[in-house]
Design a binder for this molecule. Structure first.
Ligand code: PCA
Length: 197
């Protein structure tokens, strides 16, 4: 069987944080998981740059699967996203200082796309691996949703499996106020999820 390639991305820190758990975990993944060669990429938290950065890399490495990972501070577990919506509605500026309100990601394009990853199987596998994981029906309207929507729009009909996973804060970010998972738990979760794709 031909080798398959899975591109997995994390984001750089944003919103005043010093680290982003998404890339902290992604960079620790092994070179191979299940049937996939793993290609990793750090993506700028920028409406302007995020999707072009990932699309360029996905084309360059002939990715069969694209999983983007991002921080969702305050969430209690790993949350694979079900849907990306055609909306930019930021509450804070991105890393370029840009804060769009009520704009489409892509003009005259569908309202939303569903993840083409096996979300339910992934959730079951991650919970079985001992890491809390549940479904999310909203990736928000910031850069993570933008990236998810843009990739699903760009590659619609190609058969590529594409989706997004939000992860909680790391303990050093969360303090006493927020729930958190360790980098090791996030790595375990991502590995378990990839094994069922
Ligand atoms: N989380 C943000 C953007 C970058 C990230 O890690 C989001 O949820 O949109």
């Amino acid at each position: 069987m031909a080798e398959k390639t899975l591109l997995i991305t994390g984001f750089d820190p944003f919103g005043g944080e010093k680290i982003n758990p998404s890339y902290e975990a992604v960079k620790l993944l092994p070179e191979r998981v299940g049937k996939y060669n793993i290609v990793k990429l750090c993506v700028p938290t920028s409406f302007e740059k995020a999707s072009d950065t990932v699309i360029t890399k996905a084309e360059e490495c002939f990715a069969d699967v694209i999983i983007c990972v991002g921080q969702a501070g305050g969430r209690k577990g790993i949350t694979p996203e079900v849907i990306g919506i055609n909306l930019r509605d930021a509450r804070i500026p991105d890393n370029d200082g840009y804060m769009p309100k009520n704009q489409p990601v892509v003009e005259n394009a569908p309202a939303a796309y569903f993840s083409t990853l096996p979300v339910d199987d992934m959730i079951e596998a991650v919970n079985r691996a001992g890491v809390p994981c549940f479904k999310s029906y909203s990736a928000g309207a910031f850069v993570c949703n933008d990236l998810m929507y843009s990739l699903l729009h760009r590659f619609v009909g190609t058969g590529k499996k594409i989706g997004f996973i939000h992860v909680p804060f790391l303990p050093e970010q969360a303090g006493y106020k927020h729930p958190s998972l360790t980098t090791e738990q996030i790595v375990t979760a991502l590995t378990a999820a990839i094994e069922v794709i």
